[in-house]
Design a protein around this ligand. Structure first.
Ligand code: FSX
Ligand code: SF4
Ligand code: F3S
Length: 393
């Protein structure tokens, strides 16, 4: 019997409860678990463990604080047109304090936060959305009479885990750019210790959910990089798996919004796409449920690098990106086995061949980027438009 069948059989009652509570079929529920398992990069069959953990674990108490932000992170998580996801989130976590979603207000809200913290001391998950103003003693943001800087420290003291959701909380985001008049800072900077960060403006809700579900399934937070980002979501450049990558490699670029290349789905590099210097899984995990290609580049806009400190809201939107490296997309066959045997003579030869190919690719890349897309220029000349390439690199 497979693990999934065990979940079906042993957990039949709980799955029926899920059906009733959420108005979801088992298939839809298990699909959700499979999506989370895939998002986390877990091996085949892990969806059953995820389903079991969600079903049998006590929902973790979540205290969610809002500071300097636009509430886009919450909005992205609870999109009105996506009732299934909204219900699932509220079934996976016990959202005990969230200023924009809770019914309570004023003293009642304050009491709810204090009660949840006391009842779940050392066990609750603190989620922080928004940057924290630190200039002038942190006086620029107060909630219930408490300064943001004090609230975050108070709530973090007894939390089992702290998650900074969105770019504002992760690295300062939009409020921290430019002259930064309020001294907007990240959660990690204010607490003086690393926290898990889920950057993005807004971040993909599945990255947050997968992080929480990892905590439920394995009793610990997922492995993170030096910036606190879960590796399952932020270890590859967007450019590595972009659906327009073949056009990049072939030197086919959109030169202006609405031109022939743009209409044909060409690469957006010359319109300032920051995919080549931005680490995130946007190109492999669409946003929400609105269908395929539901991410900035899929919709025809260059990535602005919203997840990446020093890129998003910092570099001019249409400035061409720094090319970090020239790696083949993930779907290309691997040269070296990831598990099992070490490198063989044959694979060593193949690595050497790859290095040569990469060198060749770099030459082609330089050539292609330098071409300024002759076809586009010719088309503009035909239409009598300006033919000067404005986006020379
Ligand atoms: Fe907004 Fe969240 Fe951007 Fe910031 O997302 S979508 S400004 S990252 O904190 O609400
Ligand atoms: Fe995709 Fe942008 Fe890379 Fe072009 S530059 S392949 S649009 S990520
Ligand atoms: Fe942000 Fe770029 Fe993804 S703008 S949402 S990192 S595609």
């Amino acid at each position: 019997m497979s693990d999934t069948n065990e979940i079906f059989d042993l957990g039949r009652k709980t799955l029926q409860d899920v059906e009733q509570r959420l108005g979801l079929s088992r298939r839809e529920y298990l699909q959700f678990c499979a999506t989370l398992a895939v998002t986390m990069g877990l091996p085949k069959g892990a969806d059953a463990a995820v389903a079991k953990a969600i079903e049998t674990s006590k929902r973790p108490s979540v205290i969610w604080l809002h500071f300097q932000e636009c509430t886009g992170c919450s909005e992205s998580l609870l999109r009105a047109e996506h009732p299934t996801l909204e219900k699932l989130i509220l079934d996976v976590i016990s959202l005990d304090y969230h200023e924009t979603l809770m019914a309570a207000a004023g003293h009642q809200a304050e009491a709810a936060r204090k009660d949840a913290m006391a009842a779940n001391k050392g066990k609750y998950v603190l989620v922080v959305e928004g940057a924290i103003p630190t200039r002038d003693n942190g006086n620029y943001c107060k909630i219930g009479g408490h300064k943001a800087i004090d609230l975050v420290k108070e709530c973090a003291a007894d939390a089992a885990a702290v998650i900074a959701i969105g770019s504002c909380a992760s690295w300062g985001g939009m409020p921290s750019t430019g002259p930064n008049p309020t001294g907007a800072s990240s959660v990690g900077e204010v607490l003086g210790k690393p926290v898990v960060t889920i950057p993005g403006c807004p971040p993909n809700p599945y990255n947050f959910l997968a992080t929480v579900v990892h905590f439920l399934t394995f009793g610990k937070l997922p492995e993170v990089d030096t910036l606190g980002r879960p590796k399952f979501a932020y270890s590859r450049l967007i450019h590595e798996n972009c659906e327009r990558r073949a056009h990049f490699d072939a030197g086919r670029f959109a030169m202006e919004f609405g031109d022939a290349g743009h209409r044909q789905g060409y690469c957006l590099y010359k319109l300032g796409c920051k995919g080549p210097e931005t680490y995130a899984n946007c190109s492999t995990l669409g946003f929400g449920d609105a269908g395929e290609n539901n991410w900035p580049v899929g919709c025809g806009h260059p990535c602005i690098g919203c997840t990446e400190k020093g890129v998003g809201f910092t570099k001019p939107i249409h400035q061409v990106a720094k090319l970090m490296n020239v790696t083949p997309p993930l779907q290309y066959p691997r040269i070296v086995e990831e598990q099992g045997k070490g490198a063989t003579i044959a694979s060593a030869a193949a690595v050497a061949a790859l290095a040569a190919a990469a060198a060749g690719a770099a030459v082609m890349l330089t050539r292609n980027l330098g071409l300024s897309h002759a076809a586009e220029e010719a088309e503009r000349a035909k239409e009598g438009g300006p033919t000067q390439d404005k986006a020379k690199v």
